[in-house]
Design a protein around this ligand. Structure first.
Ligand SMILES: CC(C)(COP(=O)(O)OP(=O)(O)OC[C@H]1O[C@@H](n2cnc3c(N)ncnc32)[C@H](O)[C@@H]1OP(=O)(O)O)[C@@H](O)C(=O)NCCC(=O)NCCS
Length: 197
């Protein structure tokens, strides 16, 4: 049984990373990571001054604190905190989720962890939680994220613009979606690459 204060439950095991529920010890890592302007700017799709990015990061930390059950921590095989996944399950007849992912330090990026973590979490949502599709959006400028998501079966659903209510700036974003069948087909090919034996 998951307990926020005393422990956490492993959701999925990969070759290099595991996905687990969040616990109270993770927060000091989140607080540290969320000071990384470059990572947070990419995560939120904003190019802005440091003060502004830190303000948005602070709000994000509060969101995680308020709704820990919508958060997974990405950890190494030795349970070292590497990153975070936030999700929200939506819909009535057709269930789907929106999600976001980030790794906390520059040295964790570009090692294939993001692709692996997405495979693990998508398999969990599609096989165990019976969702129909997963959606996310990312900044048009965030080509690394788009490439990562495409490797996991996400399709480009088109670009859109969003006004950032805090600054009035226009954010240029791309909506991406992966359907259950598409992902499960892809999984047949890649399961042995990303999942623990
Ligand atoms: C986005 C993120 C989760 C991806 O995880 P990752 O572990 O870095 O990604 P991977 O190493 O699995 O894959 C990255 C892919 O993008 C490619 N890539 C890297 N930089 C790129 C760029 N500038 N343009 C296009 N592709 C790029 C890599 O070559 C790799 O593709 P390949 O395997 O075909 O060579 C991670 O980089 C991250 O946390 N970034 C900061 C926060 C963020 O942007 N979050 C997403 C918000 S929606």
């Amino acid at each position: 049984m998951w307990n926020f204060f005393t422990g956490s439950k492993i959701i999925a095991k990969g070759k290099n990373v595991n996905i687990r529920t969040v616990n109270i010890f993770d927060y000091k890592f989140f607080a540290k990571w969320f000071n990384n302007i470059e990572i947070m700017g990419n995560a939120f799709g904003i190019i802005a001054d440091d003060k502004y990015v830190l303000k948005v990061s602070k709000e994000y930390l509060k969101e995680i604190t308020d709704t820990p059950s919508n958060t997974f921590t990405i950890v190494s095989k030795t349970n070292r905190q590497l990153g975070v996944i936030r999700f929200s399950i939506k819909g009535t007849n057709t269930l789907y989720a929106t999600l976001g992912i980030l790794f906390g330090e520059n040295r964790f990026l570009g090692k294939g962890y993001g692709t692996e973590a997405m495979f693990l979490v998508l398999e969990y949502f599609f096989s165990k939680r019976q969702l129909s599709y997963i959606e996310l959006d990312t900044a048009v400028f965030n080509e690394r994220a788009q490439r990562t998501f495409k490797k996991c079966g996400f399709k480009d659903m088109g670009e859109f613009q969003e006004v950032d209510y805090r600054t009035g700036n226009i954010l240029y974003k791309v909506l991406m979606r992966v359907e259950k069948d598409t992902f499960l087909n892809l999984l047949e090919t890649y399961k042995s690459r990303y999942f623990e034996d």
